[in-house]
Design a protein around this ligand. Structure first.
Ligand code: MIG
Length: 790
């Protein structure tokens, strides 16, 4: 039985239902004090809950929710009966107890998904005014929890407690909390299904999954409103898609942004950058981008160049471009206090820097020395900031921007960030840093993305940010910050990326090899093997810990590195397709096993293996000197990528893992589109894509997305999304191809690579005509039927 609920004196609770009204599909319940509860049936699967303690609601404003989201049609009814007040959609019932306003969410067949323990309650915030708003739910037997962004811990969050408060954590460890990002969405999975809770409150917030009290899940925020979204399943993947659509998806990236990228703090002068680039080409390590960290600037002044280290920025960028490299540069939020620096002057003249409550500027030490900081929560400031990119992007030709230190991070102060009395515009809803802290970095990335897009001449670009809040994915990709070159961090990178992806942020990756310290060759090899399956794939390190280029670790590592990055380049069409599915449907690009099959109890606590897209399962080797690894293959059949052997799912297997081959499995029936190896995206004109076709008895759908890879035509339908429906039995294998979109693709033909056939091919028909087997080398087709010798 559950523990007795213990109510404490400081805590206040809603009283009983008095009446309700409905305006614009918002149901408002008034209780016998001044409290009001609003229930928004937003879609058949998403119900939003808000409370006001004094009967007046604040203006409804959120940085997380995607303004362009078209809420699908909702069908709901209100059922007001006796003790219960029920709002019912076609997928979920929200049941309010009229005695105490406690809410229970049930599935449509009446099973309890999520039931309140104390439910909503609040305490006075003596120090700052306002209230600490809290909610507690019953933790069901065996319930598992996932989500919360970049938390560096086990995948299942059960019996753990977390805080969201963007923090610069140089050299974090397992269980360090909080880190850079604040993503308050969690998933719960219990016997009756899965659901998500998204607490859209930007104050410092906390989540406890049965640590303080074993039967209770609770969450609370240090101010603001209790404002959350209940997102129904029944499957984790459904919840994830709905959350991701609600908070938005990014644009399609330029294809080069899915290529391999090389970074260091810092490459300089220009000759050093060129030397790294040409060595990549000489040693044939495919690479698409190279980064300039803070030392390219003049005294760390944003939007300037160090004229000695980089006398001719445009010349450098052009030179790199000719060799197939894009140039990325870092931009931090701190603007040096310097009367001779135009960005500082302008910011002062226009009043764009953040001030404290008494009117003094917030002054903080970062790389340039004492700095002021733009208030990115003000639309005019974002517009100004966007405009500052003209020089870098339009004139110099930089392809994308990396935003760092935007928690915001400060040196030499205990809090590591702004004082809490800093004021922010918050898009016209003036507030203090307590409320704006967690969204500061995201608004910086937003302004950056707007600027870069404005000056990119119709080309797509790449933005990366370290900090952010839910919805940041609309503007930027992310990396996991200052990790360390250890095997534990390799595992952390693996789990953090899975967690980010299910938290709406698929475009993520870690500093491959580790930022702090130097990896041994083995760690470097194992890390790149993981890294090629992360959407954002970049080596980065702090220069004072030694070299970290692919050739810095001896011959064997160089060869393994090349083989691995070549695989990434072969898989680019698969990754690009997976990105399109994320863009189009909100599916996470990488998926924990439990998101693949939540009904298999074995998957619930597995956290090193994961799926990349629909058909590839990878099993990173996260132990030093391991030459085999344990992999749990979920239900289905799986082909070993390196041997093509077929394995049964629903079991754990011990598989070989030579140092040059991380275990990878392909789901039977999957069709994987593949490119030839290129040294950079666009090096070759590709008119034939190879399809690796993995035979299955039964049927399976696979996809291939294509467009011009760098413009915005896809937003107007200039893309092709090709579906391959494979059906196999003892005697046949057939594939039916259908297509959406109207891009005139260069890819007209496919090379068909048949894997795992149970018998020899006897006859091939393309679009009902019998053809010779040579057709497999290159063919267009609508339907292909392969007969097998019986
Ligand atoms: O105080 O720009 O996480 O990737 O290389 C360190 C220098 C500032 C922290 C980032 C790291 C970057 C570094 N930055």
């Amino acid at each position: 039985m559950k523990n007795q609920i213990v109510y404490t004196e400081k805590e206040n609770y809603p009283k009983n239902y008095v009446s309700h009204s409905v305006i614009n599909n918002i149901i408002e319940i008034e209780s016998s004090e001044d409290l009001k509860l609003r229930i928004y049936p937003l879609t058949n699967d998403i119900i939003r809950i808000r409370y006001s303690l004094d009967g007046y609601f604040d203006a409804d404003f959120s940085y997380a929710i995607d303004e362009n989201y078209n809420f699908p049609h909702v069908d709901y009814i209100i059922d007001d009966r006796g003790d219960e007040f029920i709002v019912k959609t076609t997928n979920v019932r929200c049941v309010v107890n009229k005695q105490n306003l406690k809410i229970t969410f049930k599935s449509i067949d009446g099973k309890v998904l999520c039931e309140e323990e104390k439910g909503f309650h609040w305490e006075k915030n003596e120090e700052f005014g306002g209230y600490i708003v809290q909610n507690s739910k019953v933790l069901q037997k065996g319930e598992c929890f996932y989500g919360l962004g970049d938390k560096p811990t086990d995948l299942n969050l059960h019996e753990k407690k977390f805080t969201n408060w963007g923090t610069d954590e140089y050299g974090y460890h397992k269980d360090t909390d909080p880190l850079y990002k604040s993503i308050p969405i969690y998933y719960a999975l219990n016997d009756n299904g899965a659901y998500g809770i998204f607490l859209d409150n930007t104050y410092q917030s906390h989540f406890d999954f049965g640590l303080e009290r074993e039967d209770v899940t609770s969450f609370w925020a240090q101010g603001g409103e209790m404002n959350y979204y209940f997102i129904a399943g029944p499957e984790l993947m459904d919840v994830c898609k709905r959350y991701t659509q609600l908070t938005g998806v990014p644009e399609m990236p330029p294809l080069w942004a899915l290529g391999f990228q090389q970074c260091k703090w810092s490459y300089y002068p220009d000759k050093e950058v060129l030397a790294i680039a040409s060595k990549m080409r000489d040693l044939r390590i495919p690479c698409d981008a190279i980064y300039l960290d803070i030392d390219y600037m003049d005294g760390f002044r944003c939007f300037t160049w160090d004229k000695e280290k980089f006398p001719d920025p445009k010349g450098l960028v052009d030179n790199l471009k000719e060799q197939g490299f894009q140039t990325m540069v870092i931009i931090d939020p701190g603007i040096k206090i310097d009367k001779n620096y135009s960005v500082f002057q302008e910011g002062m003249e226009k009043g764009y820097f953040c001030k404290r409550i008494d009117g003094h500027y917030v002054e903080g030490k970062v790389w340039p020395g004492e700095c002021y900081f733009p208030d990115f929560t003000r639309p005019e400031v974002r517009e100004w900031w966007a405009g500052l990119y003209k020089g870098l992007i339009e004139e110099v030709g930089v392809a994308g921007v990396w935003n760092d230190m935007n928690e915001p991070a400060l040196f030499e102060v205990e809090s590591k960030t702004f004082p809490l009395d800093v004021l922010h515009d918050y898009d016209g809803h003036q507030t203090g840093h307590r409320k704006a802290h967690n969204i500061y970095g995201m608004q910086m990335a937003r302004a950056t993305a707007e600027g870069v897009r404005q000056f990119s001449g119709g080309k797509r670009s790449l933005i990366i940010t370290r900090s952010g809040y839910s919805g940041l994915q609309r503007y930027s990709s992310v990396w996991t910050g200052d990790n360390i070159a250890t095997f534990e961090h390799l595992w952390l990178a693996d789990v953090q990326a899975q967690r980010l992806a299910i938290s709406g942020i698929s475009f993520c990756g870690s500093d491959i090899g580790g930022f702090i310290n130097q990896p041994n060759p083995e760690l470097m090899m194992r890390w790149i093997q993981l890294g090629i399956f992360h959407p954002f794939c970049r080596v980065h390190s702090s220069g004072d810990h030694g070299d970290q280029e692919p050739w810095s670790f001896g011959e064997e590592c160089l060869d393994v590195f090349r083989k691995t990055v070549e695989l990434r380049y072969q898989l680019l069409p698969y990754l690009y397709t997976t990105f399109y599915q994320y863009y189009n449907e909100g599916t996470p690009m990488i998926r924990p096993l439990v998101f693949f099959d939540q009904y298999d109890v074995q998957t619930k606590d597995r956290d090193h293996e994961f799926l990349c897209g629909d058909h590839i399962l990878v099993c990173p080797i996260v132990k030093d000197e391991a030459r085999s690894g344990k992999v749990y293959l979920p239900t289905s059949q799986w082909y070993h990528f390196w041997t093509n052997d077929l394995y049964d799912g629903g079991k754990e297997h011990n598989v070989n893992a030579p140092v040059d081959e991380m275990p990878i499995f392909i789901k039977a029936g999957g069709i994987i589109p593949r490119y030839p190896v290129q040294q950079y995206v666009g090096e070759k004109t590709i008119d034939t894509v190879t399809l690796d076709i993995y035979y299955k008895q039964g049927s399976e759908s696979s996809y291939f997305y294509d467009d011009d890879k760098n413009g915005y035509g896809y937003e107007q339908g200039e893309f092709t999304y090709t579906k391959f429906e494979l059906t196999g039995d003892q005697e046949h294998l057939s594939i039916v191809k259908t297509q959406e979109g109207n891009y005139d693709s260069e890819i007209k033909n496919f090379k068909l690579n048949l894997i795992g056939l149970p018998a020899e091919v006897s006859e091939i028909k393309v679009d009902n005509l019998i053809v010779s087997k040579d057709v497999l080398i290159s063919t267009a087709f609508e339907t292909i039927t392969i007969s097998l010798k019986g």
